[in-house]
Structure formats: structure tokens, C-alpha cells
Design a protein around this ligand. Sequence first.
Ligand code: PHE
Length: 341
Amino acid sequence: MPSLQEQIQIHEQEIKAFNPASPADLENYRIRFLGAKGIVKELGGEIKNVPAEQRKEAGQLLNAFKKLAEDTYQSYKDQQQQSTNKGPAVDITLPGTPLPIGTRHPLRIVENQIVGIFEKIGFSVATGPEIEDDWHNFTSLNMPQHHPARDMQDTFYVSQNPDWVLRTHTSSTQARILETQPLPVRVICPGRVYRNETISARAHCFFHQCEGLYVDKDVSFADLKQTLYYFVTEMFGEETKVRFRPSYFPFTEPSAEMDISCTVCGGKGCNLCKHTGWVEILGCGMVHPNMLRNFNIDSEVYTGFAFGMGVERITQIKFQVNDLRLYSQNDVRFLRQFQGL
Ligand code: PHE
């Protein structure tokens, strides 16, 4: 049998831990501790068994315990009283707790803008598979086996002989369009592409492209230039300048790289344009006759232009994001900055 002092201690702990969830809880507490047959009474009755020399001290302990039991009761009673005086605990006239809504990913925002601009001038959207066969990703695009141009794009192979790859560009979708659609075609092909590159601030093993293709009678390089010029003024503003530099792509001839005047410094020189005043945004050119022939298109009658841009690159220029990895880290502090766009 524990001593009176020990019993007091145990019950004190119970009282300190007590936290009523309802008025009924508090009433049970009152009966248990303060009732006619409650613990306070019961322990009070035990004082007579305490040896005489300890009785004074035990009496004081008992008084303190009784006060704790009563005060605890009273303070919870007051609390309950107050909340009933206040009316219902919920004010139904207050606006509801807002549910956090997600934001569109910056790459998706920019992809939508790019697609929207080309849709306005009659391009339709085409998508294709991310796992491609060799024909659509390479061979039909005038990149036969062992063509050195294949090394321009480090490729992830899903299987070999026959080759299946993670597409290295969305030009594969353009190939599928030429294969299946009647001419003329005017398509924009957004989507994710893969290249076997070491991940850093400036490269990733996957990224997103928007590639365009227009094949019809009498399509000229002038059409290509005007279409792309229209695109950049819509995307970056009226005052944007463009320049074309000769380049090489196996599926276009002639080929060019297009730069725009730096949107940050306006051409004076800054970090974005590496102090040249120009930033490269896309590759383009007139569709190679070999490619048209691969799809049984008479290259004497039909001509076309194609272009391809990286969505990450356009987004980087538009929002000045200087690290590619941010796009796939899913850090909400980054993503929330694009709220409402
Ligand atoms: N497919 C090329 C690439 O991914 C881009 C491109 C498309 C260039 C069309 C010219 C014409 O690098």
C-alpha cells in the first residue's frame, strides 16, 4: 500500500494531465476527485493512519492537493462557461478557409504561349510518342545509320537491332505527320525529348521542344523568316530584332540558327547574352529534299520549312531562370512565382 504522500503524488500527475474534451468529461472529473466519495475525501480519511510526527506535513500536502483539484475544476468550468456565452464555436458567416490551388508549371505556361502564337497563324498541334523507332527519329530525317550527324544528339537507346530510342527531338512527330497527313501541312509539335547528357545548370537528360513544320507549294525562306519574326515579336515584344546565322541540320538545307536581340539588356551586353547583345533561340531551315522524298513528296512541286526550339530556353529568356534543374526539382518556392500567369 503506497503511503498517503505517494498516493497524492500519483493523483496530482493525473490532474495535471487532465484536459476535458467535453462537459461530460469535466463532470466525471468532478465526481472522481471532488464528489462525496471522491479521491479528495478518501485521502482525507487516511490522514489518521499517518504517524503523528508526519501528520502536519501530510495535512499540508493534502490541502495543496485539494486546492489543485478544485482550481483545475474551476478553471475548466470557467472556460466552458465562456465558450457557451460566446455562442457557437464556429462563425458560419466567416469566409471559408481557402484551399491552396496549384500553379501552372512555367514550362507549360511558355509552351502554351508558343503554341497559341502559332495557332493564330494556322498551325495545328501534333503530338507523337516519346519512345520512337529509328526511322522516325533518324533515318527518315535524312540521318541514315552511321551518319555523323547522329552524334549531335546523344541518344538513350531503349533497345538495339531494331533500334528503339527515347526521341531526341520532336522532329519525329513531323515525320509521322508527313507520313500520314495530306499536304499542305502546318503543324507545331510540342513535347518532351531526351538526350544522354550529364545534368548541370545548363543541360539535362530531358527537355521540352516546340518544333514547327510547314510544307506546301511555293513555301520559301522568306516565309520562314517572316513566320519566325512574327513569333518573336509576339513572344518578346515589337522591338525585338532577329538575325539568322548559317548552320547545319541534316533535315534542312539551307539551315540557320536564329538569334534575337537580348531581351534583358536590349543589345548592350549582359550575362544572359554573354555580352554579345544576341541570344540564340532556335534552329531552322528549308526541309531537305531527301526528307520529302522519304515520304514520297515531289520536292520539285512542294517545299517547306521547319524550325525547332527548346521550351526551357525560351522560358529562361522570358523569366530569367538561370538554372535548368529548377524546372524539375518541384520546389514550390520556385513554382509559386509563376502563380496567375
Ligand atoms: N530538330 C532540331 C534539334 O532538335 C531542331 C531543328 C528542327 C532544326 C527543325 C531545324 C529544323 O536540334
